[in-house]
Each structure stands twice: as structure tokens, then as C-alpha cells.
Ligand binder design. Sequence first.
Ligand code: GLC
Length: 456
Amino acid sequence: MSERSLAIEEQAWETLEKSMIYYHEKPIGTIAALDPGIDAANYDQCFIRDFVSSALVFLIKGKADIVRFFLEETLKLQPKTTQLDCLKPSRGLMPASFKIGFANGQEYLKADFGDHAIGRVAPADAGLWWIILLRAYTISTESKEFASRGDLQEGIRLILELCLVTRFDMYPMVLVPDGASMIDRRLGLYGHPLDIQSLFYAVLKASLELLTPIKENQAIIQAVRNRLDPLIKQLRENYWLDAERLNVIYRFQVEEYGEEALNQFNIYSDSIPFYRLAKWLPEAGGYLAGNLGPSQLDCRFFSLGNLMAIVSSLANEQQSHRILNLIELRWSDLIGEMPMKLCYPALEDVEWRIVTGADPKNRPWSYHNGGSWPVLLWMLTAAAKKMDRGELAHHAIAIAERRLLEDHWPEYYDGPDGRLIGKEARKYQTWTIAGYLLAKELIANPSHLKLITFDA
Ligand code: GLC
């Protein structure tokens, strides 16, 4: 490894350690950002989704205690009984974030289930990440003992119940509100966004590994089994976009009623940007669409969903290669000067106004709306390494290394090529740092991939 690379890693480690927070004198998580320059808002909290990047690094470095304590304590925040009070979080929901409060001389964990968050968005991804992390902990410690404990089993069950049991939907995907994932502001992700479906699929598979065959688990294990095949079919077939599929959708019949309908979602051809897509999509490439619902096929490329589809084997072998081909062949659009775009392309003009509610933080090519997020580097690395395409990851890491340290580890970058430090980006953003460290670890020792990847 070059001297420069070593120096960057060293600084990353130091900062990651500084971001650790303690509860009852034990490390319990990492705060979102250590930026002294900007008003903290909620960046002084530990976000469940953000902590996963740090947690995987800690597991790799043999520091499993912080991960275990995090899993145990966040589980206590999960409501366990049916709520009749509409202002209370639902049974099974996991919070987006928490911080350490202090009352009557005692420390306590103060959780945010979306009841404080900007826009009051409820996190659908937090519980999903929690299960994915519990599986990683189990693999890393080579022991199922912790996960088999009654309280942990109940936690898994309640998260699954939220996704599997009562719902206003007839599809195998999970139905969620807008802003329910890493993209926690309105961005047209109401319904069945890919980012959530990929995590959901990983969670169904993880749950079959984690749930013990006790009586209380029987029904939910059956529900998971029932869900897997239809989910995979729906995602691999109806979300998939490539040149061939574009031709099918272009000539779709509409207004079809009944079980035989091919165009189940009644997608109208005029709603799809065929000419732009036909030009942009290379023959060897393909990807899973961003969202699918009634008369809606969102053709934006979402990185988290596509990369996690590879990592979880939701995408089949050929699809996984085609997603990576797309990244390789559309490198300047999807990676540019900083890996990598959260979604592509950005919503502009009237679309931006209507879909985001004219949100200035999400103006075109900024933040979630076409900004570039270095945390995605680890998912890109995991996906590329899993498919034996490590050169893509090496190349992306080298690009990130040119900037991250000097720019003080920003949360995100702006502009079509990711050249600008994000307008409102926090510096010393923990998952930027952890994402970089994790990517380096996965490249240096691919056996760690097992913590996060799933077999087909
Ligand atoms: C922003 C991001 C969200 C992240 C949080 C803390 O709200 O959109 O994904 O969890 O910051 O970093």
C-alpha cells in the first residue's frame, strides 16, 4: 500500500474512534458527523443505518462488543405492544436514530422514530439494517448464541411482522412512505422503492438463518418462505431494465384487467423516457428500476438498491454483471469525480418542483437528488468483489482517495460529476470515513465479504 494511502487510513481510524459514543461507560455507537463547523441539527445522533458501516469495520477489527451493545440497547427501544395511540411508534418499528439523554441523574437513550425528524419521516430501513447487522455479528463471532436469545428472536419477529403481516397492498414488495430510507426527504420514493426492496430481500434471507425453530417463530418463518419467490420474481422481472426489456415496455398493451395481464401495473409508454434511456443504456448493461407502482415505473438508477441487489443475490448472476457493466460503461455519469451517485439522473425543473416539493436541499445534482455519496464506496466494493470485478473497486477507491482526506470527509458531493463538496454537507461524516475504511478492508481481505453477502 502507498504511504499516502496508509496516512489516509490512519486519519480515518483516528476520526472513527473519536466519533464513538458511550452509554453507561460502554461504547454503543458512532455519531453521524463530528463537524464542529455546522449546527449539529440531528447529526449528533447515532443513526442505525449510518452505524452499519462503522459496525462492519468494528467487526472486522475484532471489536464486536460495541456492535453487540448497540444491537441490545437499540432493541430495547423497539415498541413491543400494539399501539392504540397514533402518536406512538408502531409495534416492531426501529428508530432512525438515538442519542444519550440525561434525566434524574441517569443516562437514557432518546430515540427518534421520525417523530422529531425533518418532515416527520418514519424509517422503514432501520429495522431491516438492524437484522442485516445482527446476521453480520453472528457470522463474525461464529456463534448463534446471542441471536438465539428470546428477546433477539422477538425483535426479529416484530420487524418482520411490520413488513409481512397487515398491509394495504397486494404485491410481494413492501409498501413504504416517501423518505423511509437513506433518502429521508421526499424524492418520489413513495410505494415500492428499490432501495427498500433490496434490503427487505436480504432481511428475508437473513431471517431464515437467524430464526430458531421455536413454536413462536413457525408462522413468521412460513410467511418469509411464502414471500421469497414472488418477491424475487417481481423484482427480477418487472423492475429489470435493459435494451430488450425497454422494447417490451415500449409496446405494452394497457388497461388490461385480470390475472393474465402482462402489464400488471398499467404502465403507459408515454411516461417512460425511452429515447434518453435507449441512448444511455449500453447493450451490455442493465439495472433494476428505482420504483414500481400503479402506472409508475421510475427509471432512475438508484445505487444502494442496485448494489445491495448484487450483494444479496437478489439480482441473478447475469443481471449482477450487467449492473456492473453499466457502472463501468457509464463511469463518468455514475462515478465521475467521487464514487458514487446516490441516484441518476437528477430531477430537474418542474419535476423537481412537484416531486420534491421544491426542496432546495435536493435541488438538481445536489444531496439525494443526483449528489454523490462516498459511503456507497463500500457497497460498490462489496458488489464488485463478489462478482470478481475487483478492478472496478480499485479504480473507484483511487478516485475517492484523491479527495476525501483533503476535503475533510464530506457527507456528499454535488454537481453532475461530483466535483463540488456538497453545499450543506457535514464534514467528518462518520459513514464517509467508515465506508472508505470498509472498502479498503474488503479489498485487502475479501473473506470479510461473507459478513454482508448472500449466496444465490
Ligand atoms: C441525512 C441522510 C440520512 C442519514 C443522516 C445522518 O439525513 O439523508 O440518510 O442517515 O443524514 O447521516
